[in-house]
Design a protein. Structure first.
Length: 381
């Protein structure tokens, strides 16, 4: 793989999309093999660190690149065209940074996270998809902090990441069940990775299970303690920061499928080919426009922390995920046997694109969430 020069000097004019394109081009030749083996690309994350992409969202005054929310979305889209697994795994890190940028823009202190990401080049590991509101695991209060145990999956990029950003259920809290939001170095005593990720698609995201076995968490590593069964406003922030970025990576997958399909059928003149290409473009345009609307409403991470805003983002995510799957399905249909064969890449892209269904919230849960919020209730269910 190509070695990239260190470009981590803060520069508001850096072409982050161009850097992502360069990295993606170096990764592309090995993507099919990693799809077979299920092995994450450690060199890819080395390149993301070295070029400054991993800290691009961090404001320049904290040593980062000062990139906008939408710029990183475009960079993730670019990566997704060449290496879907790396793009989706990197989106997990990026959305955690974006959440901290939201906090910073709303007057809250995010300097400790920024220092880790920009100063120490840390890659953050998310477990939020399985934690959601109630979380899991056990916590015991001890002198100086807590002892926690849990199994967290999927944890994309856990093999190449540095800090686990997670939550733990504390059922024995004095005022009833609580959830601790914590950050744990992967190097901490009691942390291990169990290789459990063996899936239909996105096989090289390294989304294995992180095991926390009686891990000590000092008070300083606890960012929030909240009631376990009450909807936390924090999740509204995460939804708004995360889903535009995550779905941008999947849009890149659809980009690759559409480009390949158009190339394969370029010389055909059958009526059904025109129809299928038109249907493919309808689905593709729907997804692209809705993701653009997500970023527009995000207002570069200045969006309001409300249930209604989160509901709108979740609505769009559901429609986007389904439209992207339909886009790639139609790319298979219009190309015929080629699209179905592993001799081309559309078959792999079709497997990968289905991962979009499983990011919070899956369709049935999203519609419950949106229905409750629309009727004036708490989104908790």
């Amino acid at each position: 793989m190509t070695t990239f020069a260190d470009a981590r000097t803060p520069n508001a004019t850096t072409d982050w999309v161009g850097l992502a394109r360069e990295i993606g081009a170096t990764l592309r030749p090995e993507v099919a093999e990693r799809d077979r083996t299920g092995e994450i690309s450690a060199p890819a994350f080395d390149a993301l660190r070295t070029t400054g992409l991993s800290s691009a969202l961090v404001p320049t005054e904290f040593g980062g690149g000062g990139a906008s929310h939408a710029e990183i979305g475009r960079a993730l889209r670019e990566l997704g065209r060449d290496d879907p697994s790396t793009a989706v795994a990197f989106a997990m890190h990026s959305h955690l940074v974006a959440t901290q940028v939201w906090r910073h823009k709303h007057g809250m202190d995010a300097s400790k996270v920024f220092e880790k990401v920009a100063g120490s080049q840390a890659i953050l590991i998310s477990t939020g998809a399985s934690d959601w509101m109630a979380s899991n695991g056990t916590a015991e209060r001890v002198e100086g902090g807590y002892r926690v145990s849990a199994r967290k999956a999927p944890a994309s990029g856990c093999e190449v990441g540095d800090i686990i950003v997670t939550s733990i259920r504390w059922d024995d809290a004095p005022d009833g069940p609580n959830v601790l939001h914590i950050a744990v170095p992967k190097s901490a005593d009691g942390v291990s990775i169990e290789s459990t990720w063996d899936t239909m698609g996105l096989r090289a995201t390294g989304s294995h299970t992180v095991v926390l076995d009686d891990v000590f968490v000092p008070h300083a590593a606890v960012s929030l303690i909240r009631p376990a069964d009450v909807w936390p406003p924090l999740l509204n922030i995460v939804i708004g920061a995360a889903l535009p970025l995550v779905m941008s990576a999947y849009l890149g997958i659809a980009d690759a499928a559409v480009t390949t399909a158009r190339t394969v059928v370029a010389g055909r003149r059958e009526a059904h080919t025109f129809q299928l290409v038109g249907e493919m473009m309808n689905a593709y345009t729907t997804a692209e426009d809705l993701i653009a609307a997500m970023f527009a409403d995000s207002d570069d991470l200045r969006f309001p922390n409300t249930d209604a805003f989160a509901s709108k983002i979740l609505c769009r995510k559901t429609v986007v995920a389904e439209a992207l799957i339909e886009t790639v399905r139609l790319a298979i249909e219009v190309t015929g046997g080629f699209g179905y064969s592993r001799q081309g890449e559309i078959e792999r892209l079709y497997r990968d694109i289905h991962g979009g269904l499983f990011h919070p919230l899956p369709r049935a849960k999203q519609t419950q969430f949106t229905g409750r919020v629309t009727l004036g209730l708490s989104p908790a269910f």
